[in-house]
Design a protein around this ligand. Structure first.
Ligand SMILES: [Zn+2]
Length: 255
């Protein structure tokens, strides 16, 4: 019997007819999380007042990076992965390599912070669904804080963004066409896998998130290990507070 990892309701109480993509389909995501009910699936895809949906924000935030990689791999144009890149939030000019947040959004007071909160919720949402797909354990109480935050807008949890020192980003074309997380401890030696934090690379970006609501106790220990593994590859990290805090346009590639 299916049970939703977000609202904990099972097939007796809710329906599971629609397909829940972990990474938005509009971003090329193909992996599915079976245990997301239709209501919760719809929630992540719905906008609220003048703010975009969690799904839209994930798509918008990472689409620019994906486009830059697709240009690099010659995958934009007729009969290619993407015919013509478009964006709701960004002005895109491929020839001029211009990818900028539209002025209308830049100027709204507090908008950057709101977009950032949605982005953080989206990153946690993808993490929990991916955890369910891989380990089938997303209903563990340990993850209640992610349900509260991503689904019910309660509390606030950190997303750390690691800034690279060089423009060398080894992202295989397959992971650009069909984006997935690369998780610490599996492939990349600069990613660490600690009990209270999870690091991952996604479309060329390295993030870490908390895997327990008590993350603060383990933070210093985590940071020491993480910084050691990243020396030479990354300058340091920033906690995401504003949408513009992360290099969504992969400007580092222009250097
Ligand atoms: Zn649900």
């Amino acid at each position: 019997m299916k049970k939703c990892i977000w609202c904990r309701q099972d097939e007796n109480k809710t329906t599971f007819n629609k397909t829940a993509h972990i990474v938005p389909q509009a971003l090329g995501g193909e992996q599915i999380c079976e245990n997301v009910c239709d209501k919760c699936n719809e929630f992540f895809g719905s906008h609220f007042q003048k703010f975009p949906s969690v799904e839209t924000i994930i798509k918008e935030a990472f689409n620019i990076s994906r486009i830059r990689f697709l240009i690099h791999f010659g995958e934009i144009g007729k009969n290619k992965i993407l015919t013509k890149p478009t964006s709701h939030f960004f002005d895109i000019d491929i020839k001029k390599r211009k990818f900028e947040l539209k002025l209308a959004y830049k100027l709204q007071k507090g908008y950057q912070e709101k977009l950032c909160r949605l982005l953080k919720k989206g990153i946690y949402k993808m993490f929990l669904e991916e955890t369910e797909r891989r380990n089938n354990n997303a209903l563990d109480n340990q993850y209640d804080f992610i349900r509260e935050f991503a689904r019910y807008d309660l509390g606030d949890y950190p997303v750390f963004y690691y800034e690279r020192t060089s423009a060398v980003i080894l992202t295989p074309v397959e992971l650009v066409k069909r984006p997935q997380f690369i998780i610490g401890g599996v492939g990349l030696k600069y990613l660490v896998n600690e009990p209270c934090f999870m690091e991952f690379e996604f479309l060329g970006h390295v993030f870490s998130i908390a895997t327990t609501r008590y993350w603060a106790i383990a933070f210093d220990n985590y940071l020491a290990k993480s910084e050691k593994a990243k020396s030479g590859f990354f300058r340091g990290f920033i906690p995401l507070n504003r949408f513009n805090d992360f290099d969504f346009a992969l400007k580092i590639l222009d250097n």
